[in-house]
Structures are given as structure tokens and as C-alpha cells.
Ligand binder design. Structure first.
Ligand code: 5GP
Ligand code: ZN
Length: 119
């Protein structure tokens, strides 16, 4: 989709600080980080929400989740077989959750204590 910000990043039309890439996923640093580590993990293919991907391509959803886990390890937020120090994965869906970019993205947040509920 030519008018989608994240599709344009995948296409290389807008610069991205890429930290991880697979054949089907891309991960880059958020421009307005909410934690010391704040990475967005997206499918290269355009899908508006997690629900949309789950319905039409569950393998792609799995690839995005696995990429988020790999980013967490790469960023020192967890080990291959452990959960220390820990991190949060969030995906906002729709206006009530504050979704502003309508291309599925998992926020991977870490490097500081996380409060719950998030507000
Ligand atoms: P949402 O609000 O849809 O869950 O998250 C969208 C995220 O995209 C926000 O955290 C916002 O900071 C990030 N974002 C918006 N524009 C850009 C951009 O041009 N580059 C990067 N790297 N992140 C962006
Ligand atoms: Zn898109």
C-alpha cells in the first residue's frame, strides 16, 4: 500500500533504524521511544491488525511473534531459555487502544520496570 507509512519503510522509501529482518518480517526502532528499548516488529506484507493476520495468515503471525522474541534476546531483554530481565509486547488495535498506524506492529518494550495495568 503506497500510502502506508510502514509499507513505505519496507520498500525503503522512508528510512528505518532496522535491528532485525527475516524474509517476512522487519523490526526497527520506534521514532518516539517509550522505554530504553522500543522496537516495532511488522510483517512486510500489509495487514491492518493482529486479528486480520490471524485470520488470513496465521503462519505470518507466528513469524512476527518469533521475530519479536528474537529482538528481545538481541536487545538483552531475555535469554534464549529465560525471561530475565523481561520485556513487554503490545499491539494496539483500533481507536480505543490508540492505534495510529494501520499496519500490524508489535511494540517490544524493555529496559525499565513496566507498570500494570498500562493505562
Ligand atoms: P500505534 O500508536 O499505532 O500503536 O504505534 C505507532 C508507532 O509508530 C508509535 O509508537 C510511533 O512513535 C511510531 N512511528 C510513527 N511514525 C514513525 C516513523 O516515521 N518512524 C518510526 N520508526 N516510528 C514511527
Ligand atoms: Zn502497510
Amino acid at each position: 500500500m503506497s500510502d502506508c507509512l510502514f509499507c513505505r519503510m519496507v520498500a525503503g522509501e522512508i528510512p528505518a533504524d532496522v535491528v532485525h529482518e527475516t524474509d517476512r518480517t522487519l523490526a526497527f526502532r520506534d521514532i518516539n521511544p517509550q522505554a530504553p528499548t522500543h522496537v516495532l516488529v511488522i510483517p512486510k506484507e500489509h495487514h491492518p491488525t493482529v486479528a486480520a493476520v490471524a485470520q488470513v495468515d496465521p503462519d505470518l503471525l507466528s513469524a512476527v511473534v518469533r521475530a519479536a522474541a528474537a529482538v528481545a534476546v538481541q536487545e538483552g531483554l531475555a535469554t534464549e531459555d529465560g525471561v530475565e530481565p523481561g520485556y513487554r509486547v503490545v499491539t494496539n488495535t483500533g481507536p480505543a487502544a490508540g492505534q495510529t498506524v494501520h499496519h500490524l506492529h508489535l511494540h517490544v518494550l524493555g529496559g525499565r520496570p513496566m507498570t500494570w495495568p498500562p493505562g
